[in-house]
Design a protein around this ligand. Sequence first.
Ligand SMILES: Nc1ncnc2c1ncn2[C@@H]1O[C@H](COP(=O)(O)OP(=O)(O)OP(=O)(O)O)[C@@H](O)[C@H]1O
Length: 302
Amino acid sequence: MSAATDSNSSPRHEPGPADAAWYRSLNAELAAQGLSPRELQRVIAETRAEADSAGIAPASLFGPAVLFARELASALKEDGTGSQAKESTLGPVVLRLRDVTVRRGRRTVLSDFSLTVRRGEIVAVVGSNGAGKSTLLQVCAGLLRTNSGRMERTERFGYAPQLDALAPLLTVDEHLRLFGAIDGASQGRSVPTGHQILHRLGWRPNGNQVTRTLSGGTQQKLNLALAQLASPELLLLDEPYQGLDALAYEDLRTLISSWRNSGAGVLLVTHLLRDIDFVDRVVELPAPDSSTGHSKTKEYAA
Ligand SMILES: Nc1ncnc2c1ncn2[C@@H]1O[C@H](COP(=O)(O)OP(=O)(O)OP(=O)(O)O)[C@@H](O)[C@H]1O
């Protein structure tokens, strides 16, 4: 469990009745998620110690207790049961492409391309520069039409594009409210949920900070939190590690694994070979070949 603290922040929080209620909700949801009494006691003690040492109310540090409990429970499930957990959580199809062809200008970027993603799995898309990875995600997000073939996808999806979709003059919390409203989340929920995701990425944001003053890596964290805000069934992540430091990279891997374990399907564009060991399948797009257009896509289990 990790959460960043901020040394130049407001005075230390004094525990009160709201905190006690938060820990009661955490306890109840962890028990409902099937944690043993012993595990439950340990997790609550660790959570309390982390909040106390940060001097921050648990609700501010970790977000809503119920969501935090679910995330913890899925992370513990992954630690304890490994690949068996993956098998048992594989669910319905959330994305299906059949014989999709996409041309951009005179180039055929995707040719008769087929892919299925189910809930509870991470599929990595790899390939050299220009192979069509971002094009594929844009098709899946519904931003680009196919020239032929069919794309079916759940309505409940989140998309973190490679070039961020942030408005430079809006604050962090304005982004969370705006994207939450677009995704149908209530305004009261989107800010604490967004902060919770950002804590898990090692950043405790000042909600009033204007986005253009954030570093590139921090903007990427916000970009990712926005994609996950409404707990989508499908996440489309286009090179989400760009700009992240080593710690945030590890946090993001853990977070993506926990999204999978809580039932999301993830389509992840990546250049990093290290990622291959934590995904379920890899789809390799062929290198662009200007003379022949396109050769064969490869797919293999990770
Ligand atoms: N807006 C666009 N209009 C026309 N062609 C485009 C556009 N965006 C990308 N392309 C072309 O589509 C092809 C695939 O590009 P794409 O960005 O999907 O590749 P990629 O695999 O994501 O590359 P990279 O690893 O460099 O990000 C390239 O030939 C590119 O020039």
